[in-house]
Write a protein that binds this ligand. Structure first.
Ligand code: F6P
Length: 667
């Protein structure tokens, strides 16, 4: 088995309690993995893939020889690496050997096997998942479970739930599951029961959101708060936006939110400021600044902007009544001028993209929908956490989803996945999962820092059906093969049924959910087209090759609880893949370089402007960037301030009273 042995065994139904964090820090290198012949473990197709991915394919061009040098170093370290990669194990090789068997099958025929279909359908607490349209057989699943065993998947899941420091590059535990743990659970990290801390903050959120919602908490001018602007980006935005979008049309949640608005401000684009503040009144608005680090440049500039928007109208003292914060960095929050009493803490052991169940999501969403609704969301997530931790692999939905997904990526070499909810309220699921999945598993090296020998990570995208059908489905049906996740509900959040129509509007939507998965799987061949008298010249154009994989997920309905289930399901699926691949799914070093370069642009742009000059060679940018920057600066010269002053897009924020700024003074 690859990977560390757990420091303690969990009993069969242990929740997340009884953790042992021995504080030993990063694991020692893995030893004793089975050795297989390298040639055998890396058949030519895989090697070619790897080299292409690493850019070696470019090396034939002389002017790119540096690239080739860099890459050859990477490849030679792989040569020396030997045998710690999961790709070097017999279990991996067995799956490689199994590919030709699957290549001989077609989903059109696989779907006729009812036993297979039953074996490939799983249910847990209302959540039904059908994998029968995946290019797998029961044997594939067995081999994938063997691979999971080889990778130490069960042990790694337990280590995560026990609070071990599995995020080795940041020396952190990965305990988002603790943010939705039952109040009575116990999870000791560094001698502290973190579940107690979680509930101290949750109780504070409940008390605060109740006060705001029942009008006890008044703004600086004595008016009750009815609108909330949540400022944050990445994980401090996408998760809360996904949940908000999921709940805003759900009847009970909508009733609880009556008369209230929740807006988000993520992008540092001033247009987003204008949109987020449009028609809001400072006197009745609460601003929640959400940032794990409280250093994210975009969020902090937006926070300063909105703070100005408030203080310009209500004075400095209004900050304590209109601005609160969610962060792990309580010190910086207080330096920003926010009262510690108005600060809602979370912890380093919650990754940003996994933080929606912490105060990051719970505070703005409880202000909008009430804490009781949001508690149901936590319960739904907890339900899947427990299933993920305790169910045997053959019955475990996130494990099966993760392994089948990994099969598609690393063995069938499908680079992308489409997330296709037939449910408008899930329209922000794909953007959220893009971050959860791509920031977590978009890695090029394993835990040991060595280049991966296989494809990991995946391009995630998606749109609600049926909108996607009229957009990119052409490619999915006849172009590239993109495995799809179809998600539907039995009951709609809203009913529309017209007298005289043969089905309700939701039925109509769901007919597409059923039809699209089958169209992709079974396709349409020349024989069938001829039988329909399709002219010969059109047959190639109208042929659907089929055999395009998908998973169908059917829920009873979409509410706070099932939203929590979906969230935890996708989070767990991402962890499964990362654990098997042997990568660190919980760091994100790949986002750093761009931030550093943006910071250099910021300071050089400022010095060029203040010295009334253009960017010069000595500023250290390459030729192309120097030209681009200078074009930008020249184009903006007419927007320079005569005197520094605060400028707001007031025509959008307050369209009635706004005097549009003179062209010459806008910046
Ligand atoms: O830049 C990426 C990232 O670090 C994400 O991982 C994170 O969710 C986002 O920025 C926002 O970070 P913060 O919550 O610290 O402002």
């Amino acid at each position: 088995m690859l990977g560390r042995a757990p420091s303690s065994k969990l009993g069969p139904k242990v929740n997340i309690g009884g953790s042992v964090n021995n504080g030993s820090g990063p694991a020692s290198p893995r030893k004793g993995a089975p050795v297989v012949d390298r040639q055998q473990a890396n058949p030519p197709t895989q090697t070619t893939h790897l080299l292409q991915r690493q850019g070696v394919a470019c090396a034939s061009r002389k002017d790119l020889s540096l690239n080739a040098l860099d890459m050859s170093e990477a490849v030679s370290s792989r040569d020396g690496a030997g045998h710690e990669s999961i790709a070097d194990t017999p279990a991996w090789q067995a799956l490689v050997d199994h590919i030709p068997e699957i290549e001989e099958t077609h989903l059109r025929y696989l779907l006729k096997d009812e036993e297979r279909c039953l074996r490939l359908s799983l249910e847990h607490n209302g959540l039904y998942s059908d994998f029968s349209r995946q290019r797998v057989t029961p044997k594939t699943l067995e081999l994938l479970f063997d691979l999971a065993k080889e990778a130490g998947l069960k042990e790694k899941i337990e280590q995560m739930f026990q609070g071990e420091q599995i995020n080795e590059t940041e020396h952190r535990s990965v305990l988002h599951v603790a943010t939705r743990a039952d109040r009575n659970q116990e999870l000791i990290v560094d001698g502290k029961n973190v579940v107690k801390d979680v509930w101290t903050v949750l109780d504070k959120i409940k008390a605060f959101s109740d006060q705001v919602r029942n009008g006890e908490w008044l703004g600086a001018t004595g008016k009750p708060i009815k609108d909330v602007v949540a400022i944050g980006i990445g994980g401090s935005f996408l998760g809360p936006l996904f949940v908000h979008t999921s709940l805003r049309t759900e009847p009970i949640a909508a009733m609880k939110a009556q008369g209230r608005q929740l807006r988000f401000l993520a992008n540092v684009d001033p247009v987003d400021v204008a949109r987020a503040l449009h028609n809001l009144n400072q006197e009745t608005t609460m601003v929640v600044i959400i940032s794990k680090t409280f250093t994210t440049a975009e969020t902090m500039l937006n926070a300063r902007t909105v703070r100005k928007w408030i203080t310009a109208e209500l004075g400095e003292s209004a900050v304590s009544k209109h601005m609160v914060a969610v962060s792990t960095n309580v010190k910086l929050v207080s330096q920003f001028g926010i009262d510690p009493d108005n600060t809602f803490e979370f912890w380093d052991w919650v990754g940003g993209r996994y933080s929606v169940c912490s105060a990051v999501g719970m505070l703005p969403l409880s202000l909008q929908y009430g804490f009781d609704q949001m508690e149901q969301f936590l319960e739904g997530a907890r339900d899947i956490d427990q299933h993920f931790l305790n169910a045997p692999f053959e019955k475990n939905i996130p494990v099966t989803l993760g392994l089948v997904n990994l099969w598609n990526i690393s063995f069938l070499h499908y680079p992308a996945r489409a997330i296709l909810p037939y449910c408008q309220a899930l329209s922000k699921l794909a953007p959220h999962i893009q971050q959860v999945s791509m920031e977590s598993n978009g890695k090029g090296v394993g835990m040991d820092g060595k280049p991966l020998k296989f494809e990991a990570g995946q391009i995630d995208f998606g749109e609600p059906g049926t909108n996607g059908q009229h957009s990119f489905y052409q490619l999915i049906h006849q172009g590239r093969v993109i495995p799809c996740d179809f998600i539907g509900t039995i009951k709609s959040q809203q009913s529309v049924y017209l007298k005289g129509e043969i089905v309700s509007n939701h039925d109509e939507l769901m007919c597409n959910f059923f039809a699209q998965a089958d169209a992709l799987a079974t396709g349409k061949n020349a024989v069938e087209l001829r039988a329909e008298n399709v002219p010969d010249n059109l047959i190639p154009h109208k042929t659907f090759t089929g055999n395009r994989p998908s998973t169908s997920i059917l829920l009873p309905e979409l509410n706070a609880y099932s939203t929590g289930q979906i969230l935890a399901l996708y989070e767990a699926m991402v962890a499964v893949k990362g654990f098997v691949w042997g990568i660190n799914s919980f760091d994100q070093w790949g986002v750093e370089l761009g931030k550093v370069l943006a910071s250099k642009c910021r300071s050089k742009m400022n010095s060029a402007r203040t010295q009334s000059r253009l960017i010069e060679t000595s500023d250290g940018f390459n030729f192309s960037t120097t030209r681009l920057l200078n074009r930008y600066l020249k184009g903006k010269t007419f927007l320079q301030y005569p005197e520094p002053r605060d400028v707001f897009p007031c025509d959008l924020i307050d369209s009635e009273n706004c005097i549009p700024p003179d062209d010459e003074t806008i910046l």
